[in-house]
Structures are given as C-alpha cells and as structure tokens.
Design a protein around this ligand. Structure first.
Ligand code: PLP
Length: 858
C-alpha cells in the first residue's frame, strides 16, 4: 500500500537537550567532527542506519533514549561544549570583520546565486562540481565572516540516485524528499505564515514559491520551492528535479531562480531587518534573469530609465563563467524567452517585469544567432566584473567571448580568473584536521588555514596516516560493492569474494567525476590488456576505483559506464577494479581520503578547473593528470605527474597517445616510487611528494583562498562601484548611462587621423625613448571623454602587436588636423617592435577601458 501523502514529524526534545535541535539546524555540524561524534553517541547504530543524518536521527531515536541522555552527565557536558563552540563560531569576529576594522569599505551584503548547492549529502541538491563548489563557497564565506546569502532552488527529487542493472547499465531513481525531513526551516512573516515569492507566468497566472532556509554556519541559503497548493500541477512541478525536463521546464526554473531569487532575498532581508545586498554574484549564467529583475526594481522604484538602471545593476554584479565548451553554454530559443517575458496581447511591456520592454530584455542575451538567447552573454552584459575559474580557463574564456568586445585582443577582454578552491574542514580527513589543529591551533584551522604546517609531520606518521585512510577506503569499497551487487540481483551467498576485493597495501588510484565525453571515463581502457597487466602485476599491482553519474539523457555516457562496469565484472580483475554506483559527497569523501593517486584525463582545455584533485591533494593524494584547469597552473614537477597532452592531434590518435603516456607514467614513475621502501618500510620518495603536496598545494587549493580572492578582487570593488553609482539618487548611474549614450552616438566620428614619431635611428637600442604624436578627431566628444594610448610591443610576421605596453598620451592642443596628443615610450624590448595609437572611452565609473567594447584604431 502506498501512502497518499508523506510528511515528517519531528521528535520533541527534552528541555535539557534543546541544544541538540540548534546543533542539528545549523549545517556547520557537517564539517565539525566533534558535533558529528556527539550525534553518533545519541545512538551509534541508528546514526549509521540514518546515514549520518541528524534530522532523521532525532526523528527516529526512541524517547526513552532521549530521556536517558538528559540525565547523562558526560553527554550533557559534551552537548554544552558543542553548543558553546557553535555559538563562538557564529559570533566571533573573523577575517571580514578584521578588514572592517582596518577601514576598508566593505559590501553590506553579497547575494550568491547558483542553480545547485552541494553542502552535505543529507541535502541532495546538487549534481556535481558546480554545486559542490557553491557549497564550499558558502562554507568558506561563513568561516571568513562574509555577509553572504546563498540563493537557489529546492528540488523535490534532487538530481537522481544512480544504480546499475545486472548488465551494467545506469538506472536512475528519483526519491521524493520531504522538506520537513531535511535540515531546513521555512521563512515566515511576523504572523507565522510562510513568506511567498510570486512570479508572473504567461496566461495571467502566477508561479508561487515558498522559501526554505538551510543555515550554513553564518550563511543562510535560501531555496525556493514551488511545490505548494496555490500552484497548479504544472507549476508545482517547476522545482521537481535538477537538470531534468526540456527547455520550457528549464526556463521556468531559471526565471524562478533569478527573478524569484531576488524577491526571496528582499523578503529575507526585510523580515530579518538586514541591509540589502549591494553585490550580486551569479555562479554561472543560470540565474542571469536576476539582473533583469533588479533593473525592473530600479525602473519602477527609483524612476531610472532602462540604461541608467542597467548601469547601476552592472556595478554591483559579478558573473562567473564555468564552461570552456561552447556547447555547454545555456541557450534558449529566443521565442521561448519572448513567450515568458512578453506582455498579454503582444504588448511590448513585459508582464513578468512590468516597466521593462521585452525587446530590451531580449537584447541582453543576444548572440550572433538571432534566434538564440544566450545566458552567458546575459551574464557578461550584466556583470561589470566577470571571471573564469582557473588561469587557463580565464584565458580560454577571453578567447571564447572575444566577439563581445570587438577591436580588442583576447588578452584585453575584461574577464579575469579566480581559481576554484575546496573547503578543507569538509574534505580533509579528520586525521589531518586533528594534526593541523595540533600544529596550527583550532582557530586557524577553522578558517582552513595552517595546512602548510602539515609538511612538518614526521614521515612515519605521514605514511601511517596515509595507510589508515587507504584501509578505510578499502572497507568502504567492499561495503558499497556488496550493496551494488545486491541491487544488481546477486544473493549474499554469491558474494563471498567481495571480502577479498582490494588490498589495503596496494597502490590505489581513483577516478570519479560526472561522465560527459570530454572527461574520458574510458581512456584507461584504451588498451585493456595493458591495464589488466598493471592490475594483476605480482609485485607492484594497482587497484582502481571508478565512479560517476551520466546525465539521464546521455546514452553515450551510460555506454561508457557500462564499458567500465563490464571490464570490472571480469573474473580475473574484479578484485582490483571496481565501479561504485551513486557517486555523491558521502562516497567522494572516502575516495579523496584514501586514494594514493587521483587520476584526471580530460581533453584539454575543456576542464574549466576541476576540484576533485584538489580534495585529494588536501589529503596527501598525488595527482596524475592532464595539465588542464587548476593542474595547468599548480603542477610544479614535484607535486604529482602531468600526463602529456596531444593537443591538436585528431581525437582517436590523441586518445591513443595520451592513454599510452598514462600507462607509461604509471609503469615507470608512479609504481616504482610507491613500492620502493626504505628500511622502515616507508616509501621515502613517495612520502617526499606527499609532504610537498601538502605544503605547496594545501594553501593554494583552499576555498578560503578562493573566497578571499573573490572578496578582494571582486566583491569589495563591486560594492565600491555600486556605492558610487547609487549615491545622490543614482547620479553616477545617470551620468554613466548618459556618457554611454554620447559615446555610442559619437564613436563613428572618432578617428586616429595621423601618427608621427621622433626619428628612429638605424640601430635602435632597447630603452630608446620613442616620442609619439597623434592627431585624433573626436567628433562631438571632448579630450576628457577619451583616453588616447600609445601601444608598443613585439610584432609578428603579420604585424600584430603581442604583449603590448600601453602608455596614456597627453592632450597638448588642437590644430586643423584634430586634437593633438603626445607620449614618450622607452622601447620595451629588443627584436621586431611595432607601435600604434588607439582611442578608448574614459570615465571614472568604468572598471576597464575595454568595458564598452569600443576602440578606435588608425
Ligand atoms: C568535487 C566533486 C565533484 C567535482 O569534481 P571535478 O574534479 O570538478 O569533476 C563532483 N562530485 C562530487 C561528489 C565531488 O565531491
């Protein structure tokens, strides 16, 4: 019999245990081992059966047990200590507050939008790297004391749970989660009713959503949920699944996340009496409609016109792009966007965003194909500050989006980079956290610093820690493999062999990630016999653990999984290679802790950053990876291995070459190092690499480093820019919009008429002062409206200037040829050098001279 409706009833805690409720309600427990231990001691068996989920634990623990605990002095002392520790964590001044004391003007609030958030496995609201990154961002922001609010959707079924059929085909399951049973509280008005967000949808209907709050340390995460009675069935289903459904479904989700998300932030700050955020950060373009909603707010609330409002919104908006693959960009048919944003009766005023014309909204996402609305272009047009997620990805993005800044070289495209990071307290094994606490003190570790001190640990202790973590992984592999085989239809009686799967002393390689083609799950199988030989070597074997989900609509990805599963099922190798279904945070943790080597072989440069290798490195795992994403900038020759990439070779041959290089590295370098032992049984050269990895990569891969980079290079400047454009009733926004109009109107008349240089000697020497004079026609503009620059640099055979040095030129007068500008530039380098002169817009409220995408060259 199936239940008609399900709901979760929370247990009533004895008064003396009230703090347990508070500890459960704040997800900080998910990265705080002492609090987890406390939950475990409530009922160790039940804790395991509840998959370490404290909300379930408190729902299922017998009342008699709670009564006993309320009398248990030891438990109460630990409970009070944990509660005091949480209070301390939530109230003590942190890095951000220290900046405040130094007098830096800081953001009043940062709203951080993402389509997915992976905070903990008990809130399964993520599919992969993007969501986990967003979760780590919130946690690090909390650790650092940033006034950040996360915004996203709550999916009734999350992404999906993966299992395997008997023949190794991915099966998807969509469990339905009851928000009451999740670590969430409802945002309510003063009278106790649920705060509601409403968004107009075509047909004169409204899409309603309630707002759940997941408390992530200091940071609230607002999750919109459309599954409420005031919506019809179709609209209830808007937040059913993450990345499920067609384009129509998806645009509704993105409208709710963006437009509804801003409204949820407003409700939250109003109810809690908090300042409105001045910075809005889009983690990928999915929530880009938030910018259109904020333009609407300013048009209807502050009396600005569209362009003035756009200038104001841009100042406080940060956009992070995450994909280097054009096919990975979120794009909609323009007619679909028109359908959702247009007015009733085909009027040009938007019904969803009254006060805005549909054409202006559509223009924000235009791209070269006029039938397409491009969410990345939307993000780039709305964000005055934009970035990619590793140095290489920043560079690739500048090239990929160059077309939005015509006339500029890719290097000058205003897209920077902040390399992703990972939250150490979440991803490092508690063994490392304990060691770091011992060396650095808990307060530094709390902000996830002090990692570099781990390298001072004695080599035997390093090695025994690595061994202990590998042994834990082996036990977990067996447990999960058994579960998987039972689900695939095996009986317990057939599964005795699983007890000898994996060996705690064998070099363990991990490969786990989503399964899009570019990640090349099956590269390791390129030469199955060579892999088999590696696995079965008598003296120096390898064992390999593989995991990953394929998007439900991607049969090609599922076929790759099946290929791995079929190989791993083979009799002779099944004790040395396993595919574990349902890769999620609860499994990933064991892999990062226990794998000696973390393998990553994407098609360069398609991996924007990659973060799983960082999590492995935090635990002393060594990366064996193509130099893509983060590894391109952080591999130093000693902290792991770089698989040579055959970039530019056609794909089949490329796979052959790169797979051969991978086997070769394993055979010649990785295995000998791991199995070469000294008289203490320690692999000395291996442990040197582990030590170096902890010391060198530890501090660089931290999410606290990432969030500080965002704060210093993006949030603080964005808040300053926002404050400048909004002061004096938006005088700055009005001035900037007016300037932009004038520049756009006048630019066709701007011309570099003539450039003269001082005589160049026959043999010019480096450092020679080169005098340049330019005559420039400015049409209706004044010399103050522009910057005229001398540009000097190395020239190639086609006369393009590489690595240019730019020097602003001085206005010295007006003559019949135009406005006259001069500069003296010392020749910056030897070899073939060239120069030119260009005219750029100049305004105090622009963040970059390339910002408006306008430049005049001779
Ligand atoms: C870190 C992580 C990812 C992302 O890893 P990539 O290296 O970016 O592919 C995906 N899933 C889980 C569960 C993770 O922990």
């Amino acid at each position: 019999m199936k239940a008609l409706r399900r709901f979760t009833v929370r247990a009533h805690l004895p008064e003396r245990l009230a703090a347990l409720g508070a500890l459960t309600a704040n997800l900080r427990w998910s990265w705080h081992p002492q609090t987890q231990d406390l939950f475990e001691s409530v009922d160790p068996d039940l804790w395991r059966r509840c998959s370490n989920d404290p909300v379930r634990l408190l729902g299922e623990v017998p009342p008699a047990r709670l009564d006993a605990l309320a009398e248990d002095g030891d438990f109460l002392a630990r409970l009070d200590a944990a509660a005091a520790d949480l209070e301390h964590y939530l109230t003590r001044p942190r890095w951000f507050q220290e900046q405040q004391e130094r007098g830096t003007t800081l953001p009043a609030g940062i709203a951080y939008f993402s389509m997915e958030f992976g905070v903990t496995e008990v809130l399964p609201n993520y599919s992969g790297g993007l969501g986990i990154l967003a979760g780590d961002h919130l946690k690090a922001a909390s650790d650092l004391g940033l006034p950040l609010i996360g915004v996203g959707l709550l999916y009734r079924s999350g992404y999906f749970r993966q299992s395997l059929s008997a023949d190794g085909w991915q099966m998807e399951h969509y469990p339905s989660y009851d928000p009451q049973g999740l670590p969430l509280r409802l945002l309510t008005e003063a009278d106790g009713t649920a705060a509601l967000v409403q968004v107009a949808v075509p047909g004169g209907r409204t899409l309603d959503a309630r707002i759940w709050i997941a408390q992530v340390g200091r940071v609230p995460l607002l999750l919109l949920d459309s599954d409420i009675p005031s919506n019809d069935e179709e609209l209830c289903g808007v937040t059913d699944r993450l990345y499920g459904g067609d384009q129509d479904h998806r645009i509704k989700q993105e409208i709710l996340a963006g437009v509804g998300g801003v409204r949820a932030v407003r409700a939250y700050t109003r109810i809690h009496g908090l300042p409105d955020p001045d910075v809005f950060h889009m983690n990928e373009g999915h929530a880009g409609f938030l910018g259109a909603e904020r333009i609407r707010e300013l048009v209807t609330g502050a009396g600005l016109d569209f362009d003035e409002a756009l200038a104001a919104v841009r100042a406080g908006t940060v956009f992070t792009t995450h994909t280097p693959v054009p096919a990975g960009i979120d794009r909609f048919p323009i007619d679909l966007v028109r359908h959702y944003f247009s007015g009733t009766n085909g009027e040009n005023e938007s019904a969803l965003l009254p006060g805005l014309t549909v054409d202006r909204i559509l223009a924000l996402g235009r791209e070269s194909n006029p039938n397409v609305f491009n969410m990345a272009h939307l993000g780039l047009r709305l964000g005055q500050r934009c970035n990619g997620v590793s140095k290489l990805h920043g560079e690739v993005s500048r090239g990929m989006f160059e077309g939005l800044w015509p006339g500029f070289d890719a290097a000058e495209v205003p897209i920077g980079s902040v390399t992703n990071g990972v939250h150490a307290p979440t991803w490092a094994a508690r063994e490392w956290i304990a060691l770091a606490n011992r060396l650095a003190g808990p307060d530094r570790v709390e902000e996830a610093r002090g990692w570099e001190l781990l390298q001072t640990i004695d080599r035997k202790e390093l090695w025994s820690t690595r061994n202990a973590l590998r042994a834990q992984l082996v036990a977990e592999v067996r447990r999960r493999l058994r579960e998987s085989w039972l689900e695939r239809g095996a009986t317990e009686a057939e599964l005795g062999w699983i007890e000898s799967v994996f060996d705690p002393n064998v070099l363990t390689v991990g490969f786990a990630r989503r399964v899009p083609t570019y990640k090349r799950l099956t590269l390791m199988l390129r030469d199955p016999e060579r892999l088999r030989a590696l696995l079965l070597d008598d003296e120096r074997p390898v064992q390999l653990v593989v995991a990953g989900k394929s998007h439900p609509a991607d049969d090609a990805g599922k076929a790759l999984i099946q290929q791995v599963v079929r190989f791993a099922d083979e009799y002779d190798v099944r004790h040395r290679i396993v595919f574990l279904p349902n890769y999620d945070m609860s499994m990933a943790r064991y892999l990062y802790w226990g794998c000696d080597v973390w393998l990553n072989n994407p098609l360069r440069p398609l991996e924007a950053c990659g973060t799983s290798g960082m999590k492995s490195a935090l635990n002393g795992g060594l990366n064996l990876s193509i130099r893509d994403g983060w590894w391109d900038e952080m591999f130093d020759g000693e902290n792991g291995w770089a698989i040579p990439t055959a970039d530019g070779v056609d794909d089949t041959r490329r796979d052959d070459l790169e797979a051969a290089a991978l086997y070769e590295l394993l055979e010649r370098s990785v295995l000998p190092r791991f199995y070469d032992r000294d008289s203490d049984g320690v692999p000395a050269r291996w442990i040197e690499m582990v030590r170096h990895t902890l010391e060198d990569l530890g501090p660089k891969v931290l999410a606290s480093r990432m969030v500080r980079d965002y704060a210093v290079d993006y949030y603080i400047p964005a808040a300053a820019a926002a404050s400048k454009v909004t002061a004096d009733d938006y005088a700055g926004a009005r001035a900037l919009a007016d300037y932009r109009h004038r520049i756009e109107a006048a630019w066709p008349g701007v011309r570099v008429a003539q450039v003269d240089s001082t005589p160049i000697p026959d043999v010019p020497q480096i450092g020679l002062p080169l005098g340049l004079t330019a005559h420039v026609q400015l049409g209706d503009l004044t010399p103050e409206d522009v910057e005229v620059q001398a540009v000097v640099g190395r020239v190639g055979s086609d006369d393009t200037i590489g690595d240019p040095v730019t020097v602003p030129m001085q206005h010295i007068g007006t003559d019949p040829l135009g406005e006259e500008f001069t500069a003296t530039v010392p020749l910056p380098l030897a070899g073939a050098v060239g120069y030119t002169v260009r005219v750029l817009p100049r305004h105090g409220l622009l963040a970059s001279p390339a910002e408006l995408g306008m430049v005049a060259l001779p």
